[in-house]
Design a protein around this ligand. Structure first.
Ligand code: ADE
Ligand code: ZN
Length: 350
């Protein structure tokens, strides 16, 4: 393991900003800023029940996951055309570039759009165009992960899969999101088995609000490679042992957990404990337009609250590349870029 040199506390923000990183847990519809919601609402003639950008932003006070999802689905209702999906995703990539994200794996929720009559093709092609442009203009690599909404039926998930298969060259994997409690992973056992057979990568949200049993089920019934959130795993020492020994990544989203009251303050967040127990945890933004910041804000606020430093920064960034769906060669390039960045801080310090 690379020997991480300490960095002076006053230089930590610069290190966290500049260090290369991957983002593995971002719902692209959760990057829709109020300004763009208003712009698209006018363009597409879709009314939204808020007077102004400020009044919409003021409504972003949540008690739990469901209270957020209600407003998140309302916000996404302004997305109609391929260009809208492109514009939303490219705006995210511009933010990601500022935060030195080298690689991003984007969740999208097709059912939120197809049930309103938006064609699957418009969703996927718009997002794919933004991904291609991010590579060409910003040097960011990316891929798309199609999420099934777990509050809907498995039959609906199968229908969505069928609709998306004609565009299968544009997405690499499937995930499971939306209201967790009452919708355990095993509800989607058959559709995940089918996706595995088709060669897709598998992830699922589990243990955000739901119990450790949902994480076991995501691993053992769905066969996921990565768990999104997973912070409730700490309640089950056997599960923590399994996650650690198999290095099953957890894509953790601290500001999301704070805003949705999974933890009452960031200083109570368990991410540092999970890291110290040998888990492959990463820091991500989840729904940055709703939760008060993009990946850098997640890093800086978590590091300040928990008193973390350069060693942890290196570990989180290294984990983000390790846990990604990049090829081994691409990962090696990112690991190298990470070392170069940390070494530049040592030299500048001397
Ligand atoms: N969809 C968007 N954000 C989500 C979250 N944090 N949990 C579950 N589903 C989501
Ligand atoms: Zn999420």
């Amino acid at each position: 393991m690379y020997n991480v040199h300490p960095v002076a506390p006053k230089r930590l923000p610069e290190l966290l900003k500049r260090m290369p990183k991957a983002e593995l847990h971002i719902h692209i519809e959760g990057s829709l800023e109020p300004e763009l919601i208003f712009k698209l609402s006018k363009k597409n003639n879709i009314p939204i029940p808020y007077e102004s950008v400020e009044s919409l932003r003021a409504a972003y006070a949540f008690n739990n996951l469901q209270s957020f999802l209600d407003i998140y689905y309302a916000g996404a209702s302004v997305l109609i055309n391929e260009d809208d999906f492109y514009e939303m995703a490219y705006a995210y990539f511009l933010k990601a570039a500022e935060d030195h994200v080298l690689h991003a794996e984007l969740f999208f929720d097709p059912q939120t759009h197809t049930e309103r009559g938006v064609p699957m093709e418009a969703v996927i092609k718009g997002l794919n165009r933004a991904c291609n442009e991010a590579k060409d203009k910003l040097g960011i690599t990316s891929c798309l992960i199609l999420c099934f909404l777990r509050h809907l039926s498995e039959e609906d998930a199968f229908k969505t899969l069928d609709e998306a298969l004609p565009f299968k060259q544009f997405w690499v994997g499937v995930g499971l999101d939306s209201s967790e409690v009452g919708h355990p992973p095993e509800k989607f056992a058959k559709v995940f088995a089918k996706c595995k057979e088709l060669g897709f990568r598998l992830v699922a949200h589990a243990g955000e609000e739901g119990p450790p049993a949902y994480i076991w089920s995501a691993l053992d019934v769905l066969g996921v490679e990565r768990v999104d959130h997973g912070v409730q795993s700490i309640k089950d020492p056997e599960l923590v042992k399994r996650l650690s020994s198999e290095r099953i990544p957890l894509t953790v989203c601290p500001l999301s957990n704070l805003k949705l009251k999974v933890f009452s303050s960031l200083s109570e967040h368990n991410i540092a404990k999970l890291l110290a127990q040998g888990l492959c945890v990463t820091i991500n933004s989840d729904d940055p337009a709703y939760f008060g910041g993009y990946i850098y804000e997640n890093f800086i606020k978590t590091f300040e609250a928990l008193g973390l430093g350069a060693r942890e920064a290196y570990a989180f960034a290294h984990n983000s590349f390790e846990a990604s769906f990049m090829s081994v060669a691409e990962k090696e390039k990112c690991f190298h870029a990470l070392k170069v960045c940390f070494e530049s801080f040592v030299e500048n310090d001397a």
